[in-house]
Design a binder for this molecule. Sequence first.
Ligand code: 3BY
Ligand code: FES
Ligand code: FE
Length: 411
Amino acid sequence: MLGKTEIRALLDARRPNYALERDLYCDPGVFEADLEQIWYKEWLFAIPAVQLTRTGAYATLQIGAYPVVIVRGADGAIRAFHNVCRHRGQRLCAKETGSAPKIVCPYHQWTYELDGRLLYAKDMQQGFDPAAHGLKPVACKTIGGMVFVCLADTPPDTALLEEKLSAYLAPSGIAEAKVAFTSTIVEKGNWKLVLENNRECYHCGGSHPSLCRTYSDSPTMTAMEGPDSAAPEILEHWKRCEEAGLPSRFTNEPKMQWRLARIPLLNNAESYTMSTKRAVNKLMGQMPFHDAGSLLFYLYPNTWNHFLADHAIVFRVLPVSPTETLVTTTWLVPKDAVEGEDYNLKELTEVWEATNDEDRRVVEENQKGILSPAYEPGPYSTVVEEGVIQFVDWYCGLMTERLAPKPALAA
Ligand code: 3BY
Ligand code: FES
Ligand code: FE
């Protein structure tokens, strides 16, 4: 299990544009450092807000060592709390999703209001102060219908993300959609391999026969230069979409922690379906036409998303162990779309169900090869793996900065 100094040495020894050393993909000390320095500090995508439609609806997630519960209050606000009882620490909500008028601890029934206040603790002695035993809050923000949480006491600033994401997502109607389907898979690979795999389409031709019907594997789709510079077909798409009121141009966080851009699908396809036609016979939000392509949004370290004219697919990544990662995919459709009438669940989900499974296999085999003592980091293609290089640079830059020895206090 590596310590900070050894991890720093691995980061320092990194060859630019090369894959990382083996230990960075499997060592328990590195996994712990990833949790401490990234997962416990950054904003993470948790759920689409429409997953919690009614008062008392909740969803749970595990972020490293931290169980978290997200709940919709009586005032309509969505809040997050540490899912840990303030009595003797019982995990409060064990189910992935559920609904309850109050949060009641299953151990001794301490009862919390949906806003976290402790309402009732039976048989406690005089002098016990319920006000001092409310649930511990976790920072929680809903932006454009997506709920994000952050475990840090002082979460990073989100002003630019809020401005851009809410503008780009507004026409997609994510806040008024409904959940059509959710899938959860465990990939036996380090979380960075899951992200690296997502950031390139070098593997798409060889792995994703159904996605490749509609998704172009051209690197111009994932690595764009900026708001005014892209392949001609993308520039043309931006122009047409923006004239119809859809923010579309490439926009990003200065260090590329997130990026938004609307891309056209192949051959004027409408959606990620086997037929290449729409999966849902209704439009999301204010989307003006069915061939609006896909609005891509990723945010490191844990989400990538596709917002289409007829549905949206949101992805959440959570690290489970050095070599296991949970990937949850949620399909959203217009709220008034009726299953069996306006859409068929199989048609809606089959392409990305297959794609996820194909990616899972790629990641698992990648992890197996990397575990071999014969593994040696190889060069990324600067032609088609620019997105991976950029993710790995983001990761290494951040870790180097955060693991740097603290300057000694001045005497
Ligand atoms: O889901 C995605 O955004 C990525 C882009 C390239 C490969 N994969 C489909
Ligand atoms: Fe929750 Fe006792 S641990 S009521
Ligand atoms: Fe893939």
